[in-house]
Design a protein around this ligand. Structure first.
Ligand code: ZN
Length: 405
């Protein structure tokens, strides 16, 4: 039954504890608290030193199967160009088979090295399921469907359900189905995914929403680069009528928004849309570094928190960010929302992500009974505010895992 001592412990469910101790047993946290001098004898404790102990982080939105694209798309200010490049590269993926697999493995290792315990991984090919299992990475595999022609919806859904049945869900890894975005998924397919979610109350889903100006234009008027893209690819459905509203209202009208859905991005949302999401109980996953680098825009982080929507955080894929460091997303959030309490930012990468993915019984806070998926962050010298320090940018060399008990 290992017992640890550390300069700081951040349970997240309560304020940070200075000069803390923590005990784990058979993979679970047993007890923790503030150390008093002479509490332990030398042989029954491991002194971790000048570190902060945190729950392993939650990366609520990534696409590990795109990891081979790292560095292949230049940073820019034109989201349409970025998405065209992704589509081109996706077509080439079959020529890069070995590279794709190697990059997925490396990306899972990298996520782990940056202190990630739990992921929300979006995949079109299911190529990440097995590597996630083999690496013992916890999370939700979101099998993402695209299909804008209403007539294609039944076959797409049928195939996805068969593939889901073939997947062996475990305590650590669950499999579900998700629509890509309103400009790539027909109302018929949204409706079938909604019905699937009704049939499994524990299942989660996710959707890219409010990412680009082009998406908002498309949902409102049926025009712009999204329409042009569908026509270019031969995927436009002439029976579709633009709903003439914002993307949140559109999905709400389809009854798709509830507390099991992770809405990703929200860059284009105003306070009315964010409040509507909050009222529906959805989790808004922000990916600030990726949004800026792809030219989608700057997410209104302060407005997210003002509207009291639950905010989680993701890195998005290595096609749009240079690494899978969730701490760097927290640093970006801090930069974009300087007045926000550091604690709220930390919650987005821990308990909020764990709740959104349905893993709050095991991850997201340091509490008795939860898994001992715990990381340490090395502190460099005097730290006036531990929470502020942790959102100021933490590098891989500072991060270690507490060995599992
Ligand atoms: Zn994404």
């Amino acid at each position: 039954m290992p017992q640890y001592r550390a300069a700081w412990l951040l349970p997240i469910s309560q304020p940070p504890i200075r000069d803390a101790w923590l005990r784990t047993d058979r993979g679970r946290i047993v007890a923790f608290g503030h150390s008093r001098p002479g509490d332990f004898t030398a042989e029954d404790e491991i002194d971790l030193g000048e570190v902060a102990v945190l729950p392993g982080l939650v990366n609520a939105h990534t696409h590990l199967e795109l990891s081979w694209m790292r560095g292949r798309i230049p940073e820019g200010d034109d989201f349409d160009r970025w998405i065209r490049r992704i589509i081109e590269l996706k077509k080439q993926a079959s020529n890069h088979g070995k590279e794709v697999g190697v990059a997925i493995d490396a990306a899972i290792r990298e996520a782990r090295a940056f202190g990630t315990a739990l992921v929300g991984d979006v995949t079109n090919t299911l190529a990440t399921s097995r590597p996630l299992q083999e690496h013992g990475m916890a999370g939700v595999v979101f099998h993402e469907l695209l299909g804008f022609r209403a007539e294609d919806a039944p076959a797409l859904m049928e195939e996805a359900v068969v593939q889901r049945q073939a997947f062996q869900s475990s305590d650590l890894l669950r499999h579900t189905i998700a629509p890509h975005a309103p400009y790539s998924v027909s109302p018929a397919l949204f409706a079938l995914i909604h019905t699937f979610l009704q049939s499994d109350p524990s299942a989660r889903s996710t959707v890219h929403l409010g990412e680009s100006v082009a998406e908002v234009e498309f949902v409102c008027h049926g025009t712009g680069p999204c329409r042009a893209g569908l026509e270019r690819m031969g995927k436009w459905d002439p029976s579709w009528v633009a709903p003439r509203c914002n993307p949140v209202e559109y999905l709400d009208q389809m009854d798709f928004l509830d507390d099991r859905v992770l809405v990703v991005h929200g860059v284009q949302f105003g306070s009315a849309e964010i409040e509507r999401l909050a009222a529906k109980g959805v989790t808004l996953v922000t990916c600030p570094r990726g949004n800026i680098r792809t030219g989608a825009g700057t997410p209104p982080i302060e407005e997210f928190f003002e509207a009291e929507v639950r905010v989680a955080v993701g890195t998005d894929s290595l096609a749009s960010v240079p690494d899978l460091n969730v701490f760097s997303e927290l640093e970006a959030m801090r930069r974009l929302a300087p007045a926000l309490p550091a604690r709220a930012i930390l919650e987005s990468a821990t308990i909020n992500g764990a709740r959104a993915l349905g893993f709050e019984a095991d991850f997201g806070t340091i509490d008795s009974g939860k898994r001992d998926a715990l990381i340490t962050v090395q502190l460099d010298g005097y730290v006036p505010s531990i929470e502020e320090y942790l959102v100021s940018g933490i590098g891989a060399t500072q991060i270690s895992w507490i060995p599992a008990s």
